[in-house]
Design a protein around this ligand. Structure first.
Ligand code: ADP
Ligand code: MG
Length: 702
């Protein structure tokens, strides 16, 4: 029998556990595993043997180069390739790769965003092997390259990337959760890890059309464009039948992901036309983060093969749903207990209720920070708009848990609402067991059975930030809990008291209703929940006193590192809007306005011709159109001049908060003022004059 394609290709390009077991001497493999499990320092001799085996395996698979693959603050991955060629090469090439080369790299740190941590003259930066995430092969026109997942730090040890704080946060939450587990008598638990499953949304558009849109090329989103006659109003795209061309892409994508050991599991059409989603099976947070970066890169690469472009921007099209990422998160012990699993009778599951209380308190206490962790210039178009979770952080627990929380607060916990049977009224259909709780799509932070689903993330963002923030917040509360409970004389009453006190104090963050409604905004304000409207307004929370204290207590980020991240965030925002503004200026000046002038001239010529051919003919339609177009053209020209002026002013503002705020309040407004008349013109100008593909072309002709 032929083997299934998944079995054939899965993990083919990964130096995974199976390969290591086969290639490493037994004792080396054993101590290697021990290092992984205990999280202890890696022995240099072991590293040498692993490096050798890794090199042999990579060479067998055709690799010529290796790279330390890392995740600087740009949000995309970086790599610098070295060939295996040894400097000692004489007549015959010698291919070498030592333990030292495996564990440490030295890319120039000054050309990556460092928020002032590295000046141009202080260039040294190091990459350090993250041995808990497997090495893999990547093939492109340059050949096959061995990619080694690494963390990136400065000469002075500060984190310059997205990976380092994530790894630190995983240690932090593990340490505190183990303390709690000990108190419950689970002495066998040595480590707790975070599981993450990110659902990735994306758009696919035809590449020939994409290449005609400079806005898509430079900024990833359309900066102009009138709505197509059809949008998503019929709800006919969500879960709809997948078109052949898209299906071929998905097939190809799955195979590429499986080769990399990525557990690509589900695929479907999303709400908006041309929008789709892929979800992998969850894995450990750092691996899930590496994999999600790869997913985004592979999506882009495979799309090109099918002459399509994959758009990962949070809002590629105005008026059409944007893309997000649902970050499913739970914590699991090394003995296999999911601490977010309520079990059959959650009201009796004190351990679960304590961890649940910790999450509730963490989210309530650091809501602004969590909001920031999911913010980006692109995601500003979604959060708070009518399609994505609101910018207000609240927790959805569902009927069953909310009922238990109310019982706890009242002081008599006695029951858990149970799921019933679902009767469809049709005999040939099986009777289904219903979950104890329905779902709520409008909540930014929803409990979904045995995990939390953080739904605010933008589609193009690294999932590292939200996860290290979440881990650290929860670790910090757990530390507090452990301190209190370890000191208690009577554990049982202390723990019950702690749970009751915590959920009573933080009940305000629990909300089971419609998160998209205006009533909720008012209600949330009454409850005192923060409503941070934009990315720029959220940035200062990164260096709020309580944030710094928490990150330093958990050894995840220092004040200096946080300050550098504040700078980087402002810089990213200003630069993004600046690129968008300049792209609009370019397109309006070189494409739209000349095209409209041509059309208007053409219209005027035709009026003159008609007039001279037949002086009595009714030319009111042409005249009216000419008047309207000319007036909109004048508005567009005025708005363009204004945008040019404002963008220039922005450049002279002091970098940082002041400049970012100027971009948000002034430049962004001027951009919208230019877009409005051009979009209106798009609806009336003869199609053959229009210089770029329209929304209809992009969204429906894939
Ligand atoms: P949805 O109904 O939200 O679209 P899916 O089942 O498609 O849900 O995706 C849910 C995601 O959550 C998947 O990536 C899945 O692997 C992940 N997931 C499931 N259980 C856990 C868990 N315990 N911890 C983290 N992620 C999980
Ligand atoms: Mg989901």
């Amino acid at each position: 029998m032929e083997t299934n394609v998944i079995e054939q290709v899965f993990g083919k390009d990964v130096f995974n556990d199976e390969v290591m077991q086969a290639k490493l001497p037994k004792d080396v493999y054993k101590s290697w595993k021990k290092t992984l499990e205990s999280g202890e320092d890696l022995d240099a001799d072991i590293a040498n043997v692993v490096a050798h085996a890794m090199k042999e395996w990579a060479l067998d698979h055709g690799a010529t180069h290796y790279t330390h693959w890392f995740q600087p603050m740009t949000g995309v991955t970086a790599e610098k390739h070295d060939s295996f060629l040894s400097p000692a090469t004489k007549s015959k090439p010698v291919l070498e790769f030592s333990g030292k080369e495996l564990i440490k790299g030295e890319p120039d740190a000054s050309s990556f965003p460092s928020g002032g941590l590295r000046a141009t003259f202080e260039a040294r930066g190091y990459t350090a092997w993250d041995c808990t995430s497997p090495a893999f092969l990547q093939e492109d026109a340059a050949g096959v390259t061995l990619c080694i997942p690494t963390a990136f730090c400065s000469y002075t040890g500060e984190a310059l990337d997205k990976k380092t704080p994530l790894l630190r946060s995983m240690e932090a939450i593990s340490k505190q959760a183990v303390r709690i587990m000990k108190l419950f008598g689970y002495d066998d638990v040595k480590k707790v890890s975070c599981s993450v499953g990110p659902e990735q949304e994306y758009f696919l558009v035809d590449r020939d059309k994409y290449l005609q849109r400079r806005d898509l090329i430079f900024s990833g989103r359309t900066l102009f464009g009138a709505a197509a006659p059809k949008g998503q109003e019929l709800d006919d795209h969500y879960f709809g039948a997948i078109k052949e061309r898209i299906a071929a892409f998905m097939k190809d994508l799955n195979q590429e992901l499986w080769k990399l050991g990525i557990l690509s599991k589900t695929q479907h059409n999303e709400v908006a036309p041309a929008q789709h989603e892929m979800a992998p099976i969850f894995s450990t947070a750092n691996i899930a983060t590496d994999h999600n970066q790869l997913v985004m890169e592979v999506m882009k690469k495979v799309a090109k093969r099918h002459n399509m472009e994959c758009l990962l921007h949070e809002k590629p099209f105005a008026g059409v749903n944007g893309s997000g990422k649902h970050n499913n998160w739970s914590i699991v012990t090394d003995t296999g207990i999911n601490l977010m699993d309520p079990g059959k009778k959650p009201h009796e599951n004190t351990k679960f209720l304590l961890f649940l209380a910790a999450v509730i308190r963490a989210v309530d206490e650091h809501a602004e920070l969590l909001r920031l962790s999911a913010s980006s210039p692109g995601n500003d178009h979604r959060l708070g708009a009518n399609e994505a979770p609101p910018a207000i952080i609240s927790i959805f627990l569902g009927e069953q848990l909310e009922d238990i929380i109310e019982q706890i607060i009242r002081g008599d916990v006695s029951s858990s609402i149970q799921g019933s049977k679902l009767d469809t009224g049709v005999h040939v259909l099986p009777v289904l067991k219903k979950d104890a709780t329905d779902r709520n799509r409008t909540s930014p932070f929803a409990f979904t059975g045995n995990k939390f689903e953080f739904r605010m993330l933008g589609s193009s963002m690294s999932i590292s930030g939200p996860n290290f923030t979440l881990n650290t917040m929860v670790a910090d509360v757990l530390q507090d809990f452990a301190d209190e409970l370890e000191a208690a004389d009577d554990f049982d009453s202390a723990v019950n008291d702690l749970i009751k006190r915590t959920v009573t104090e933080h009940q305000r963050v629990i909300f089971n209703g419609d998160g998209y409604s205006d009533d909720w905004v008012t209600e949330a304000e009454k409850r005192g929940l923060p409503n941070v409207k934009s990315f720029v307004e959220a940035i200062p929370y990164l260096t709020a006193d309580k944030t710094v204290a928490m990150f330093e207590r958990q050894n995840v980020l220092t004040k200096t590192e946080l300050e550098s991240r504040v700078e980087i965030n402002y810089e990213i925002y200003s630069k993004t809007i600046n690129i968008e503004a300049k792209t609009m200026i370019d397109m309006a000046g070189k494409q739209y306005i000349p095209a409209i002038i041509k059309y208007v001239t053409n219209l005027a010529d035709s009026i003159n011709s008609v007039k001279s051919a037949c002086p009595s003919a009714d030319i009111s339609v042409q005249t009216e159109l000419l008047t309207k177009c000319s007036s909109l053209l004048a508005s567009a020209q005025k708005a363009l001049a204004n945008l040019e002026k404002i963008t220039e002013q922005a450049a002279s503002k002091e970098e940082g908060q002041e400049q970012a705020e100027f971009f948000k309040d002034e430049v962004f407004t001027a951009m919208n003022a230019l877009r409005a008349p051009i979009d209106e013109l798009e609806m009336i100008v003869d199609q053959s004059f229009w210089p770029v593909p329209t929304y209809g072309d992009l969204l429906f002709e894939v």
